[in-house]
Design a protein around this ligand. Sequence first.
Ligand code: PEP
Ligand code: MN
Length: 340
Amino acid sequence: MIIKISPTATNATLNNLNQWFAEQDLEVRKVELEDQILFVTSSKWKGDTSYLNSIEGVESIVDTGTEYQLCTRKFQEQNTVIDLGDEIVFGRGCTVMMAGPCAVESEDQVMRTAEFLRTKFDIKVFRAGAFKPRTSPYTFQGLADEGLRLLEKVRENFGMKIITEVKDTTHLNAVADVADIIQIGTKSMYNFSLLNLCGQLKQLIVLKRGFMTTIKEFLQAADFILSSGNSKVILCERGIRTFEPQTRFCLDVCSAALLKELSHLPIVLDPSHAMGIAAQVPLVAQSAAALGVDGLLIETHPNPANAKSDKEQALSFVQFSQMVPSLDKICTAVGRRLIA
Ligand code: PEP
Ligand code: MN
């Protein structure tokens, strides 16, 4: 249940509310989102709300009927639109291409990739991780702070926006100082302290769905960020684990289709991590584009065979170049514009 309070509500109103919450023994989260003041309680509570309606200063009460609440269209019917400038708009008919290598490896590697993406396709958002959440402790873990410095250089040299991932709370401030968009990876989706802290930032957050997460848990994770005060959240489908070992994951297009109805938040798809095999990534990207989503995350590398992480799925520049025109056409066919 979401209780919306008038911005001019008096202390008496707040006292009345708090007293009522205490009488009902209700857990309540006070949320300040954009210019709204909200009290959000678990929707499992099914008591009588007639008293609430009678309190002056209570503007509206929304019963979403679900445990994810602020991200739903029942709370906000119209799309959340996030405009980063330079034509980068999520949630309003564009499909924004975000591309780059899995990890920042060296100055030469990121500069060559950024130059290719920016000069050949005018791609405006550069992706690369400096803090890599690797499954094995014995593989490349990312350049950490040095990687962030190199991402700053990419922005300076090519005027691209930077999306980069945060693994945990220890380096969140460092990442937030550099990133235009902060990515929370599939394995960190359940890090609730991280979600709460990202909710206190102003930056746009791309939240990836955990690979064994239900749609409900995914949306509840989004609600952690929203309820901590950050309205700029994008949902990312990046593949879930199934019984099938021959593809890396399985891109859940059904979920993406449903999320469009359930949530007002923009949705982006990551064909690279879902497919895991470079040769097939363009086909999966085409199906993702056909779904009419707000963005795509694609991995590309100047020399995929030598990539330090996710090399099997990294597109060569030739593969990337062959893919883009088809995505452009598909986006147009479904009434969208590819921002690349
Ligand atoms: C990545 O984007 O490189 C990454 C590690 O993503 P995910 O968290 O989806 O595996
Ligand atoms: Mn990767």
